[in-house]
Ligand binder design. Structure first.
Ligand code: ATP
Length: 257
């Protein structure tokens, strides 16, 4: 039952010298679902994100995107094929407006072909630019950011900047979105807003979301499925209620909470 996984890590292992960062880890995300990845410091969450996004090649196991083995593909290839990742560290263009940050996001995809090709492509390019702007405005609306459209990104408080980063990741209509600590630096009100927006995005765009987050309450409130990593292995997996009730998780991670 349910649709096929859009992104899947199967039996992934990563070692750093003598340290086993991931050992036989399998995780998958399906369209229209928010999957939360939690676990104590050093559990391997960031390493798994690096493997999924193509920044790090695993020592064993495979990564599949849309059912195809993409283990040998790098991050740019994966981005072009529907994967987006946000980072813990902020990466907006501070001198550009919020809207322009969404519009330029596509530029790095390049195209090339030189000046002659550019001239030939001019009419379709103009149309693409119009479509691009319309899409950026649509996403700002979806994210509740319409009023910040013309504000310079560098002047935004951290919580709003993180929302713009999310919007920028969404503007290319990704099939799967990897969110790295999206709620960090956010107030309670802002993380409530973030959760609401992620829910809306999943519904409206039908993308898949995998989210790493230290704020366990935030994850439990948002994710339909939670994977708990501990010491490089999957300790438990299930609905938030199942994970919360899991004795091994309580012992290793949640403690008395
Ligand atoms: P945190 O919540 O603190 O970000 P994490 O769950 O993201 O932790 P990772 O950063 O993936 O965990 O680290 C997993 C293990 O791999 C840890 O033992 C860490 O020390 C080790 N590790 C990660 N990156 C490297 C590296 N480049 N070189 C050596 N060891 C590393």
């Amino acid at each position: 039952p349910g649709s096929a996984a859009v992104l899947r890590a199967a039996h992934v292992g990563v070692r750093f010298g003598g340290i086993t960062a991931l050992d036989d880890v399998s995780v998958e995300v399906r369209p229209g679902e928010v999957c939360g990845l939690i676990g104590p410091n050093g559990a391997g969450k960031t390493t798994l994100f690096d493997v999924l996004s193509g920044i790090r090649r695993p020592d064993s196991g495979v990564v599949e995107l849309g059912g195809a083995d993409v283990s040998a593909r790098g991050p740019v290839w994966r981005a072009r094929h529907g994967m987006r990742r946000t980072f813990q560290r902020q990466q907006l263009f501070g001198r550009l407006t919020v809207l322009d940050n969404l519009i330029v996001a596509e530029e790095w995809r390049g195209g090339g072909g030189g000046i002659a090709a550019d001239l030939l492509a001019l009419p379709s390019r103009r149309r693409r630019e119009r479509e691009r702007r319309a899409r950026a405005e649509e996403v700002l609306g979806l994210c509740g950011l319409a009023e910040l459209r013309d504000v310079h990104a560098g002047t935004l408080p951290v919580g709003q900047a993180r929302m713009v980063e999310l919007a920028r990741a969404v503007v290319d209509t990704p099939r799967v979105l990897l969110l790295d600590e999206p709620a960090s630096g956010m107030s309670q009100t802002e993380s409530g807003w973030l959760g609401e927006v992620v829910r809306r995005l999943v519904e409206h765009e039908h993308c898949a979301v995998l989210l790493v987050e230290h704020d366990v309450a935030f994850v439990m409130g948002l994710a339909s499925r939670v994977v708990v990593l501990n010491l490089g292995t999957v300790l438990a997996e299930g609905t938030p209620a199942e994970v919360r009730a899991n004795q091994a998780v309580r012992d290793a991670y949640l403690g008395g909470s």
